[in-house]
Design a protein around this ligand. Structure first.
Ligand code: FAD
Length: 451
């Protein structure tokens, strides 16, 4: 009689890392009835979309926004039983504050639900941006989206500042609009920032302009998104282990067959998905595959740090919880969160700082001093009443969104039997975003199901 495969005896797919990419891959496999084991080094799931208690203060990996034109992330979360209306607050506008501007720029975000405000934002704000500044952006964006489709490799070799100069963007438009939309999101200054990354972030939104809105999380991201996703994996029969750092891969006869934990425990799997952050993934792979040419470009892919400041006050720093940019200062994007993500706090702000290469090794007190200086420069003197702050940073999580990175990003399916990759740094169109992490996890899962 033919043997019916028994899933409980089948070796699991082992997923290293419980960030969104690893959790997505595990969810897709468990959803197809495949046994799966996720191993996460930290004591909590979520990776760069995590929140935790840092020496007595609730913190997050950094200020995150859910973009309305994401499709695969919301679909996945809904399939995992997570109600997006409970998980998100939709913002109606965003703000840019420049030290030398007479007034902040306020831009509507919701073409469908608040069309007038959105149109007025684009056409108005004349004290923030002159009509000549705005006009200079039109040929720049037109050419950029065209090049994004027609010449992506070339576009990835041109720094954003050079591309803007080539298309005669005024200095003020560069500093007040392009800087927040680049450095404010992916930290790097425009002279390093890849033009491909710049247009690539917005291009998917063009056919979905009606979906162009921004969501703030209604709680810490582990609590409202990643832990519920891990619970869904477990309901489907998978296992998610935290505080289980992987030391190395087990490779036999050229195939990956399992992992060894830092504790010395050895686990065998049908496949292994490396879904750790970029630097950790490079180290795990280089130990065995340094000389395999397929991996060579990936080993050259550079990482970049991120640095954030998070603090509490007796009252809100800002009148609304909405995405704010601080061009012309060290403040990238930031927002008040006491009415959204950290309800229950009387005042709570989270800031992503720009030029993290210059900040990553500085003492906390110096990073904080620069943060306060930036806030005061844009009129937010309320920072003097801060009761507690943390500087939360990481130096090996992001692939560098600088020129020349695109051609080094590896695909999810590798030539090594039993080995798959997932993570926002792997090749997918959504750059270093939550949607990109989900796409990578789904591609890895598809590769395994096809193998
Ligand atoms: C400050 C900041 C702001 C951001 N803002 C946004 C935003 O507004 N919108 C957006 O869409 N995206 C944003 N992102 C990006 C988004 O968070 C990432 O793209 C996404 O979370 C990446 O998921 P990942 O699974 O690829 O990687 P990660 O989340 O980095 O997951 C990797 C996991 O692997 C684990 N790991 C590493 N080594 C090992 C090991 N040896 N053994 C076991 N586990 C290991 C790590 O602990 C981690 O949990 C932001 C990120 C940061 C840091």
């Amino acid at each position: 009689m033919p043997q019916i495969p028994d899933a409980s005896n089948e070796r699991p797919t082992i997923v290293i890392g419980a960030g969104l990419a690893g959790l997505t891959c595990a969810f897709e496999l468990a959803d197809q009835g495949k046994p799966v084991l996720v191993l996460e080094a930290a004591p909590y799931v979520g990776g760069r979309t995590a929140n935790w208690n840092e020496h007595g203060m609730e913190v997050e990996s950094g200020f995150h926004k859910f973009i309305g034109y994401y499709t695969l992330l919301p679909e996945l979360l809904e399939r995992a039983g997570i109600d997006l209306n409970e998980m998100l607050f939709w913002e109606k506008s965003m703000e840019t504050r420049h030290p030398e501007a007479d007034e902040p720029g306020v831009f509507g975000l919701d073409v469908v639900r608040a069309p007038l405000k959105t149109a007025l934002g684009a056409l108005g704000n004349n004290k923030y941006l002159t009509p000549a500044d705005k006009a200079s952006l039109i040929p720049f964006f037109t050419a950029g989206f065209k090049d994004y489709l027609a010449n992506p490799e070339e576009l990835d070799e041109i720094p954003l500042k050079t591309y803007a100069e080539r298309h005669h963007v005024t200095e003020q438009a560069l500093e007040r609009i392009l800087e927040p939309l680049s450095s404010g999101i992916f930290f790097l200054p425009p002279e390093q920032y890849s033009s491909y990354a710049f247009f690539g972030l917005f291009a998917p939104g063009i056919p979905r302009l009606h979906k162009m809105r921004i969501g703030a999380f209604s709680g810490g991201m582990t609590d409202v998104m990643c832990r519920p996703l891990a619970d869904a994996i477990e309901r489907l029969g998978g296992t998610v282990r935290t505080s289980a750092p992987v030391r190395g891969l087990i490779v036999e006869d050229g195939a990956v067959t399992g992992v060894e934990l830092e504790s010395g425990e050895r686990l065998l799997g049908a496949n292994v998905v490396v879904a750790a952050n970029i630097r950790r993934s490079q180290k795990l792979l280089a130990e065995h595959f340094r000389d395999v040419s397929w991996f060579a470009p990936f080993f050259e892919l550079d990482a970049m740090p991120h640095v954030t400041a998070q603090f509490e006050l007796p009252e809100p720093l800002l009148p609304q919880d909405r995405t704010t940019f601080g061009p012309g200062t060290q403040l990238g994007s930031f927002g008040e969160q006491s009415r959204t993500t950290f309800r229950g706090k009387s005042g709570r702000t989270s800031i992503i700082l720009v030029d993290p290469d210059a900040l990553i090794d500085l003492p906390e007190e110096e990073v904080w001093r620069r943060t306060v200086e930036g806030l005061k420069a844009i009129g937010l003197d309320g920072v003097d009443r801060v009761t507690d702050y943390r500087i939360v940073r990481g130096d090996e999580n992001f692939y560098r969104l600088a020129v020349g990175s695109e051609k080094k990003r590896p695909k999810q399916v590798t030539p090594i039997p039993g080995l798959f990759l997932a993570g926002d740094y792997t090749k997918q169109p959504f750059l270093a975003t939550m949607e990109g992490a989900v796409i990578s996890g789904q591609r890895a899962a598809r590769g395994i199901l096809k193998a």
